[in-house]
Structure formats: C-alpha cells, structure tokens
Design a protein around this ligand. Structure first.
Ligand code: 9YT
Length: 137
C-alpha cells in the first residue's frame, strides 16, 4: 500500500508551482496505479487555457468557486464544491477561478511528473520506466 499526504509532498519535486496554479502530485506513473492523482490549487482571479491532447483528466472540486468554458462551443459551466468535470474528448477549455479552487485531479495515462504545459496548454506524453512489480505498463 502507498500512503502519502499533501503535507509531505509540499516542497518536493511532486509540488509543481506555476503563476496560476500549484499541483501536488500524490500519485504519479512511477507509483504504478495506471492513473495519477493530484491536489491542484488554482489561484483566485486567474484564467488558464488548457487542452490535454494526450491525456484524459477528471477534476473534482472540493473548495472554491469558478467556471470552466469549453472553447469549441463557448459553453460556461459553474464549478463549486461537489462538481466534477471530465475532459473525455480532450476538450480545449478555459478554467477561471473566482475564489481559490481546491481540485482533485485524475489523469489517464498518468503523469510522470516531468510534464510542463506547452504554448497550447498541452502536456506531452513522457515515457518513463515502470516501477518493478507494477501491474500497468
Ligand atoms: C485543473 C487543471 O487542470 N489545472 C492544471 C494543473 C493540473 N491539474 C495538474 O497538473 O495537476
């Protein structure tokens, strides 16, 4: 069993900070679960345009108020605690935080932890050797 807390991840290489958000990677590809699991804090007043061309992401809001806009159709969906949005079509979207958002994010395939958003808000696929004995390849 893997046991890990947000507090122990803080300040390590699993704590990724950008001007708009910080992401604490609780589970990464190297943990061998087949998905990665992050707690993401999005700073109030920010707008981030993202398109995960290589990944599926589900985002569950546990704190804060904001909205997500799907760029293709201009639809705006409110984000508040208890709401999940799942980017099942690699949707280009704009995430706006009215207040600070605390989000639980799951990625498939899992992030390795070394990805950075490119100019289009895309994470590249990064190849990394699997943990020995892990069930997923
Ligand atoms: C909600 C969102 O996608 N924010 C960008 C960061 C991402 N969740 C991550 O890398 O944890």
């Amino acid at each position: 069993m893997i046991l890990r807390s947000v507090s122990e991840v803080m300040g390590t290489e699993r704590d990724v900070r950008t001007p708009n958000w910080a992401s604490r990677r609780l589970l990464l590809k190297s943990d061998g679960m087949g998905f990665s699991l992050h707690e993401t804090t999005v700073y109030p007043g920010t707008e981030t345009t993202i398109c995960y061309a290589n990944h599926l992401e589900a985002v569950f809001c546990v704190e804060g108020e904001g909205e997500v806009e799907t760029v293709a159709d201009g639809r705006i969906h409110p984000i508040r605690p208890g709401v999940v949005y799942a980017l099942d079509r690699h949707d280009r979207h704009r995430l706006r935080a009215k207040t600070q958002l605390r989000l639980v994010c799951v990625f498939n395939p899992p992030l390795t932890g070394r990805e950075v958003h490119d100019a289009n808000g895309v994470y590249p696929l990064v190849e990394e050797p699997q943990r020995e004995g892990a069930a997923w390849s």
